[in-house]
Design a protein around this ligand. Structure first.
Ligand code: SAH
Length: 510
């Protein structure tokens, strides 16, 4: 380290956030985000990246687009220098690679002048990611041995432009324009004027790597018109040259099973996050609409008292992953661990609940072949040792009585302890109603009867029924609830898990 550096000052990291998808940040970038005291982030950096941040990190959003609350480059630099001068680890998080059309040179020079140590952490730049996510490959042994990255922003002030149109028009490789959408007509015109063929293939890739990714293709002379017709919005990369005439077999994203589908998830926010990750992995666009929050009830005496006599029970039954998480969190807070379960046998309603138990080191002794409360009860009773045994149900306060009734009628002594309850939360219902009305949403998914109830308390069933949106349900109990609400269900999952629900959607053509 430079001996002249002021030790009281912090260290600044200019970190590339990657092109869009949050998990395309580098390992080094994520690691630095995880220890930052302050994160200053751009509009183009995916806000989902903030999940890597410490809970107590200061988060400063510095959008540079037009509109209220937007920042000029000078203001951004000022914030960066102020924060880094105050000490600690300061991250300047920028979309793509921080230095590719990213004003990195100015920010780094100011940091150097201020005597602040800095590190530049590369990121995947948009053009490269857009190419990889569409199979529009920028280089090829056959057609392109050179690539030019150009900013289309410069095209604006025609006379002052640094772009040498004559050279670009003759350039034999691939041209990738950043920030080209505002001037696409002009870009095409200038290239054609300088001799580029009107029929040169062009592809425009918007929202590359995000679930909303779109690609349009047209010859150079027509691309601007086609983009307006298709309402392509920035951010987008414009690829000009033979690369744009790519082999459709390489477009792996378009072949993902949920590609182009917007799927609304309606659980609590943690559950929605888990479902959203699965939808993204299948190429879909998840819309998280939380209908409820989970509130643990484990600080009640009833729960603590039950814990002291867990050894009395022959079976403990978990009917949701939430129940498992809340139970083990409470156990942990009481300074105890899985050994508290003693010799009781454990039943889980389905494979997801069993998987959750597994994370806490517990192998479920029994999982029914069909994941509903009734099946769990019926099948559990067929195991010889259940009749006349003591069964503890650890569930939601609003769980139905069905499982309890089945077990009691079968001769088991059943105790029911509510470990959590759910309370309704309000989502952006106006916005979602509009999206549904405009046909922008292909699926609504319901993973429990309560989420169905809470959803239709906020969103009009009539609007949903008269729109093209389809309804997917996790199982028969949830489907019954939807039907009772007057909603017709398009598909009910055969396996009553989130994976089963998504598989059901994949098998249906929306
Ligand atoms: N430093 C960034 C580029 C910043 S300039 C990088 O390395 O990617 C902003 C331009 O990047 C946008 O106008 C657009 O052309 C491009 N861009 C950024 N994210 C994009 C995305 N997800 N899809 C398509 N283009 C994107």
């Amino acid at each position: 380290m430079n001996a002249n550096r002021d030790k009281a000052k912090g260290t600044a990291y200019l970190v590339g956030a990657g092109p869009g998808r949050a998990d395309l940040i580098t390992v080094r970038g994520a690691e630095i985000l995880g220890r930052a005291d302050c994160i200053i982030y751009d509009k183009l950096a995916n806000p989902a990246l903030l999940r890597f941040a410490r809970a107590d990190a200061e988060i400063i959003h510095v959008p540079k687009r037009a509109g209220k609350g937007s920042f000029t480059q000078e203001q951004v630099s000022k914030v960066l220098i102020e924060k880094a001068s105050a000490g600690g680890t300061v991250v300047r998080l920028k979309g793509g690679d921080p230095c590719m059309f990213g004003r990195c040179a100015e920010e780094a020079a100011l940091l150097a002048d201020a005597g602040i140590d800095f590190e530049i952490v590369p990121g995947i730049t948009a053009a490269v990611a857009a190419a990889d996510y569409t199979g529009i490959l920028l280089t090829s042994r056959d057609y392109s041995s050179q690539v030019a990255f150009v900013t289309g922003h410069e095209a604006e002030g025609e006379r002052e432009s640094n772009i040498d149109w004559a050279v670009l028009a003759k350039f034999e490789g691939t041209i990738a324009f950043y920030m080209g959408m505002g001037n696409l007509g002009l870009i095409a015109e200038r290239l054609i004027e300088d001799g580029r063929s009107e029929n040169t293939p062009v592809a425009v890739i918007a929202d590359a790597t995000l679930p909303s990714q779109r690609v349009v293709r047209a010859p150079l002379a027509k691309i601007n018109r086609v983009c307006s017709e298709e309402k392509i919005q920035p951010p987008a990369i414009v690829v000009i040259g033979w690369a744009a005439d790519s082999d459709p077999r390489l477009d792996w994203v378009a072949r993902l099973p949920l590609f182009g589908k917007s799927v609304v998830v309606t659980r609590d926010s943690r559950g929605n996050g888990e479902s959203a990750a699965k939808i993204i992995a299948k190429g879909g666009n998840p819309i998280e609409f939380a209908t409820m929050t989970i509130k643990p009830l484990t600080d009640t005496n009833r729960f603590s008292e039950t814990l002291t006599r867990l050894n009395e029970y022959d079976w403990m039954v978990f009917t949701s992953g939430n129940g498992v998480a809340v139970f083990f969190d409470a156990l942990h807070n009481l300074g105890r661990d899985a050994r508290a379960l003693g010799s009781a046998k454990i039943a889980a309603i389905g494979s997801e609940t069993a998987a959750k138990l597994d994370r806490y080191g517990i192998k479920a002794d029994f999982v029914p072949s069909v994941f509903t409360g009734r099946e769990l009860g019926d099948q559990l009773l067929k195991l010889t040792d259940v009749q006349n045994s003591k069964v503890l149900l650890l569930r939601s306060e609003i769980a139905s009585d069905e499982l309890m009734d089945v077990l009691q009628q079968g001769g088991a002594e059943v105790e029911n302890v509510a470990v959590y309850t759910v309370t309704p939360v309000k989502g952006k219902s106006e916005w979602l109603t509009e999206q549904i009305g405009r046909g922008r949403v292909q699926w609504l998914t319901f993973a429990s009867p309560s989420s169905a109830r809470m959803f239709f308390e906020q969103i009009s069933g009539e609007i949903v029924s008269s729109s093209s949106v389809k309804i997917a349900s996790i199982g028969p109990v949830t489907s019954k609830q939807l039907q009772d609400l007057g909603i017709s269900v398009d598909v009910t999952a055969e396996e009553h898990t989130i994976d089963g629900l998504l598989a059901a959607i994949e098998g249906t053509h929306a």
